[in-house]
Each structure stands twice: as C-alpha cells, then as structure tokens.
Design a protein around this ligand. Structure first.
Ligand code: SOE
Length: 387
C-alpha cells in the first residue's frame, strides 16, 4: 500500500491555486512513490479559506498555521504566503519535523534566507526535506535546455541574456497590492520575476553568479489602494498608497566561469504579458526559450555545415522529453500549471528517496544573495558588487 503524504498549505491566493492544481494532478499523471493528499488549507479569513478549499478540493481548513504544523497527521507544509512570513513559518515547520515546500523568492532578506537554510540543514539531519518553488525549472523545455548544455551541445558558454517582462503595472491606475509593499514582498520586479531569471541562469548553466551591477527604478510612486484583491490586481477605492518597491530592475552579472550575463526584470513592458526569455550562447551553438511559447526550445548547432546552420525549433512535447511521459500522446502541449505538478512529483520522489529535492533552500539563498547584491549595487550608483 502506498504511504500517504498529508499536505497542509498555508495561503490561498494566486500561488495557492497553482500549487493546489499541482497537488491534485501530480498523483494522477505520475506513479508517485508516496500518495499526497490535500489535507488542510490554512488562511487568515475563515470564509475565504473555506471557499478556496471547496474550489480546489482541500479536505479541511484552519485559520491557525501554528496549530496545523503541530499536528501529527501532517507531513508536508506548503508555504504560498507573501515573502514576509516565509521565514517564520518555514523554520517552525522544519523544527516540527515537517517537510517544507516554500514559494520563491525564498525570503525577503539574506538574513532570513540564511536562517531558513540553516533550519533546512538541521532538519536534513533528521530526514526532513526542504524545497524552494522555482517551478519554471520544471518546464520540460527548460529542463531539456539544462540537459543539452550539460551534455556539451553548445560548447563553452560565452554569453547569457535573460529577461522577464510583464506589463500588469503599465497602467498608473492599476491598484496597490502586497507585491508593491517592500515590507511584505521584499522587493518588486527584482524579487518577484528577476528571481526566476537568476535561478534559471544558474540552473541551466550550472554556474553561480559572483558579481553584479544594476539599476532599479520605481516608475509610478503612488497607486489606488485596493478594496479587494483579485489575482494580481483587484478593485480599487479612492485612497492612494505609496509603492515602496522597484518596477524595473536591469542588471549585468558575471558567472563563476567568468561569463557575462544581462538581466532585465520589468512590470512595464507594454504588451509583454509573461515574457520570460533566455538565450545561452556557446562556442558550439546556442539555445533559446521563451515562456510565451513554452513548448518550444530553439537550438542553433554551430557544428553543422555552414550552409545548413540556423535555429531549429524543437517541439518539447514527446514522450522522451523530461516529464512528458506522464501526459499526452506525441505533439500535445503543456501549459503554465504543469510545472506545479512536476514540482510535486520531484518533491515526493526526493522525500521517498531520502534525498534533497532541487532546488534546495541553499539554491534559494544563493538567489537571495544575488538579489541583495543587485540592490546594493543600484544604491551605490551601479558599482560592480560581489554576491
Ligand atoms: C507575478 O508577477 C507572477 O505571478 C510571479 O509571482 C510568478 O512567480 C510568476 O510565475 C508569474 O508572475
């Protein structure tokens, strides 16, 4: 009989919905070694939490996360709250002997991330696992990109170009949300979407960033205050609130291999809805991927005869591609939500195998240090700053 893995999820906003889909779908798509069950959904407002639990299929609800992590019948704590509560909940859950999945960015500061990483190390000694949710690593085309780079298909990496562009704040009347409050979110475009391209760069290249130089700007400094949060936005009242985070963060980085990389994170790229774009250029070829066309990976093979070169579009929808064996027959597409199922698959398999699920809290801390170095650089007038 399969051993149960009883999950409590704390938070039920946009990421709560995405994680719920992952917990629901993964056991159906993949033969998992443990059987995840959606045991308890935790939120601050009892009615809203109950409505979310009904919608996404959680068995029970609670408004007291401390009581829930103390329960013996909970094995995993999944944290999808704003960044200001990640450290407190994750450290308490690990100390209570629960495996932890924590949304990205790991924390709001390096100090918090260090404490979380230490807690994860202490817990690992007792077989307890911790993972940070950089789900885009688990888009099949991104995993394939990493596999092809590590197999040497593009040779030595010469340059990296990564951007994550959205436009949901382009309208100055778009309302305040917790994501625009430094105390709750830690930073703006930098931590929310810049964190993804930093993690993805380090993941696919296998190299850490060692120094950065950046600028950060807030383009709209006051916005209408929200009456009710819906998705990324909501309905606004007449009051206005101060935006205390960056809208745009542009930075250059150097990998430990010496390679230069450029990064752009913005919520003001009019017309770009969720455009994470990454291109890795090597001396034997190049690889390019864009989230808005997420099933395709473009590969330029510079070892082919000169007259036959050109970017080839690989449709990453085949059973031999990463994660695809769990889904549809040849040629059928995956979407945004599948990464969350792949995250559950990888976490469950790692727990069963007694291994550290990737990305670890150490990976999350590494990203946090890069974000912190970008902020320090921006405040110092863009000086090159060590990570
Ligand atoms: C909002 O900008 C957001 O939802 C991020 O927080 C997510 O991490 C990313 O997947 C999509 O955009």
């Amino acid at each position: 009989m399969t051993i149960p893995l009883r999950v409590a999820m704390i938070g039920h906003g946009f990421m709560g919905a995405a994680h719920s889909v992952g917990w629901r779908q993964a056991p159906a798509a993949f033969d998992l070694p443990l059987a995840p069950s959606m045991a308890v959904l935790v939120g601050r407002d009892a009615d809203k939490t109950a409505a979310a639990a009904r919608r996404w299929g959680w068995d029970e609800t609670s408004t007291d996360w401390r009581a829930v992590i103390a329960r013996d019948d909970i094995d995993v704590v999944d944290i999808v709250t704003p960044g200001d509560s990640h450290a407190e909940i994750a450290i308490a859950a690990l100390a209570a002997g629960k495996h932890v999945l924590c949304e990205k960015p790991l924390a709001n500061s390096v100090e918090e991330a260090e404490a979380m990483e230490q807690a994860a190390q202490d817990a690992a000694a007792h077989g307890i696992r911790a993972m940070v949710g950089f789900t885009y690593r688990r888009v099949p085309a991104v995993t394939l990109m990493r596999d092809m780079i590590s197999a040497g298909r593009i040779g030595t990496i010469r340059q990296v170009r990564a951007s994550y562009r959205q436009d949901w704040l382009a309208d100055p009347e778009s309302p305040m949300t917790w994501r625009l409050d430094k105390n709750r979110a830690g930073s703006g475009a930098l931590g929310d979407i810049g964190a993804h391209i930093v993690d993805m760069t380090q993941f696919v290249t296998g190299h850490a960033l060692t120094e950065v130089s950046g600028v950060m700007e807030t383009l709209v400094e006051e916005r209408p205050v929200l009456d009710e949060a819906v998705g990324l936005g909501g309905t606004a009242g007449t009051e206005r609130g101060a935006v205390t985070v960056d809208d745009v963060a542009l930075f250059t980085g150097r990998l430990e291999s010496g390679t230069l990389a450029t990064f752009e994170a913005t919520r003001f790229a009019t017309g770009r809805k969720n455009a994470l774009d990454i291109e890795i250029s090597g001396d034997a070829g190049a690889l390019h991927w864009n989230l808005e066309d997420m099933n395709a990976l473009e590969f330029y093979d510079a070892t082919r005869p000169a007259g036959e070169q050109g970017f080839t579009r690989i449709l990453v929808t085949e059973p031999e591609h990463p994660y695809l064996s769990g889904w549809w027959p040849t040629g059928h597409m995956l979407g945004y939500e599948h990464g969350f199922s792949h995250q559950v698959k990888d976490l469950t398999e790692a727990i069963a195998a007694g291994a550290d699920p990737q990305p670890t809290f150490a990976d999350g801390l590494r990203v946090q240090r890069v974000l912190d170095a970008v902020e320090r650089s921006a405040h110092s007038g863009s000086a090159w700053t060590g990570v």
